[in-house]
Design a protein around this ligand. Structure first.
Ligand SMILES: Cc1cc2nc3c(=O)[nH]c(=O)nc-3n(C[C@H](O)[C@H](O)[C@H](O)COP(=O)(O)O)c2cc1C
Length: 229
């Protein structure tokens, strides 16, 4: 499949059929995903491939707990855990204890342990040159050394006929996940990627047109016009 088509059609897939020869396919996917860029080429990623069904069930439980916190925000019309005030996060905008008592059914969360391939994406913090640390706002640069790798996994999967999704709700339970999977302290949980053969194939993705996010010269400048030369 042509790269441009892969990029334009690798939408989030959360409903899967089994993957024949899953280890073989996953190896091939990771073998191209590893060419992702990272700051200083330090390649701070590690991947735990969770296969054990008890571990998978525990991950599902932890994800569901995070999902409640996510949805408790959504219910109040808030962007979950967003650094809204002066680019900083001011602490929970919801009552986390109350969120834990809520029920939000979500097919993906409920069936997470049934995903044919479940990858925990880890990042070694000491390897991240976070050039925007100390700017008095939420740091963002470090993520650039891990998520291109994660997205490469999704693009390569698409190319091999698989589909998947990057999820981060699990990060709400980082310490529990780390102790469950014996992850050393210097690593952070960057996300969870699930993959499989898509039950339903890709439809057109909903994304902003270029004109909506481009500005010539100044932030309020006119958008990029493909006809202007
Ligand atoms: C950084 C990041 C975090 C995400 N976290 C979650 C998540 O925790 N749970 C989930 O179901 N999807 C998660 N997603 C998937 C997005 O919801 C999805 O990419 C987006 O809604 C676009 O969906 P579409 O490709 O179907 O249009 C995440 C995606 C990214 C890039």
């Amino acid at each position: 499949m042509d790269l441009l088509e892969v990029m334009a059609t690798a939408g989030a897939i959360r409903d899967y059929l089994d993957v024949p020869n899953a280890d073989r396919v996953l190896y091939d996917i990771l073998n191209v995903a590893r060419f992702a860029p990272s700051g200083g080429n330090r390649q701070p990623w590690r991947v735990v491939i969770v296969k054990d069904r008890h571990l998978k069930a525990s991950i599902r439980e932890l994800y569901s707990e995070g999902w409640k916190e996510y949805m408790a925000h959504v219910k109040k019309g808030l962007v979950p855990f967003a650094p809204i005030s002066n680019g900083r996060w001011d602490g929970p905008a919801i009552d986390l204890d109350e969120a834990a008592t809520m029920t939000f059914h979500n097919q993906y969360a409920d069936q997470l342990d049934q995903a044919p391939i479940l990858l925990l994406l880890l990042v070694r913090l000491q390897d991240l040159a976070c050039l925007d640390n100390g700017l008095g706002r939420q740091s963002i640069v470090g993520g650039g050394s891990i998520y291109p790798f994660g997205h490469n996994i999704l693009l390569a999967s698409r190319s091999y006929g698989l589909g998947g999704v990057m999820t981060t709700v699990i990060c709400r339970r980082e310490s529990q996940v780390k102790s469950l999977l014996d992850v050393p302290s210097e690593f952070a949980v960057a996300g969870l990627i699930t993959l499989g053969i898509p039950k339903k194939f890709f439809t057109k993705l909903t994304r902003m047109p270029v004109e909506e996010f481009t500005h010539i010269d100044k932030f309020n400048g006119v958008p990029l016009d493909p006809l202007s030369g």
